[in-house]
Write a protein that binds this ligand. Structure first.
Ligand SMILES: [Zn+2]
Length: 134
């Protein structure tokens, strides 16, 4: 007599970045994955990021804005990449609350609470971009 046994194995979802045990955590993953995909439709792919994507973005952004040999515009973009990584984390922590503050408001609040986060010339550019459009 044969018995059907399903062997559990660790798996990874490329869509949402979730690591889980199949089949035990299948339902939990499916719920998370659906939530993330709905969030992407609402907030956009560039703000709904997996942990790995956020870390990569922050690392790359930091290496760009800290490179003083690059033009200011590029360094500002680097700072924005890093901030996007933080914003994406906060957005995820909010459970993708659709009333979560806008990216522009987030930038302004960040600069106000940490005025020395970036060199003065980068802060000034960020203020210029986001002080009106929030
Ligand atoms: Zn998934």
């Amino acid at each position: 007599m044969k018995t059907k046994t399903m062997k559990a194995f660790a798996t990874h979802c490329n869509v949402c970045g979730y690591n889980y045990i199949f089949p035990q955590d299948r339902k939990e993953h499916a719920a998370y994955c659906r939530k993330l995909q709905r969030a992407r439709q609402f907030f956009g792919d560039d703000l709904v990021l997996t942990y790995h994507q956020r870390e990569e973005l922050k690392k790359l952004g930091r290496s760009i804005w800290q490179n003083e040999s690059l033009p200011l515009g590029e360094r500002v973009d680097g700072a924005l990449m890093e901030i996007t990584g933080w914003y994406a984390r906060s957005l995820a922590e909010s459970g993708y609350n659709r009333k979560f503050e806008s990216f522009g408001k987030y930038v302004i609040k960040l600069l106000r609470s940490s005025p020395r986060l970036y060199p003065a010339e980068i802060c000034a550019e960020l203020q210029k971009i986001y002080s009106v459009a929030s």
